[in-house]
Design a protein around this ligand. Structure first.
Ligand code: ZN
Length: 172
């Protein structure tokens, strides 16, 4: 029905989360009607994030360069870590302007049914951070989601931290 380039665009857009076949078609037609400048800006911004954005070497949040903005900010309390599942979970916490500590992004939640175990997440990296005396950690706030997997992840981390780092305060 469509020329091959349009069909390819619809196929690619349809791979995005929450975008069904009809939405993919609607978006593709919108891009076709857009100005060449707007379409080029969209394509360039996709390419740019893939080229310039990686994971922070400390907290695994998205970062342009080796460290994210929070980890590069000397004013943020390095002794307080908020553990979240995904990088997107940092945004609503930052919006409150109430949290002055740093983050640790796990990259998901424990789910034995889906085959996600501790080795698939940045959990060992969290324990390493807590054990690293160059940067003493006083408190770890477990802000994983209130789903079954999020709760299981928080429990797992809380148990391990209590054993390995009894001086660190763990809160949910
Ligand atoms: Zn960071």
């Amino acid at each position: 029905m469509y020329a091959p380039p349009i069909h390819r665009l619809i196929t690619e857009l349809g791979k995005l989360p929450g975008v069904g076949a009809r939405t993919a078609q609607r978006l593709a037609l919108h891009i076709l009607r857009a100005s060449p400048q707007d379409a080029a800006a969209l394509a360039a911004s996709i390419q740019e994030v893939k080229e310039r954005i990686g994971l922070c070497e400390i907290c695994f949040n998205f970062a342009e360069g080796p460290r994210c903005r929070v980890c590069s900010d000397e004013r943020r309390d390095a002794g307080l870590i908020c553990v979240v599942e995904e990088a997107g979970d940092v945004i609503p916490i930052e919006r409150t302007h109430e949290f002055r500590g740093r983050y640790h992004v796990l990259g998901g939640a424990l789910s034995p049914i889906d085959g996600v175990d501790p080795a698939d997440l940045k959990i060992a990296e969290l324990y390493r951070r807590v054990a690293d005396h160059a940067e003493p950690i006083r408190e770890v706030v477990l802000a994983t989601n209130s789903t079954t997997t999020g709760e299981a992840t928080a429990l797992h981390i809380a148990d391990t931290l209590r054993e390995r780092a009894p001086d660190v305060v763990v809160t949910r």
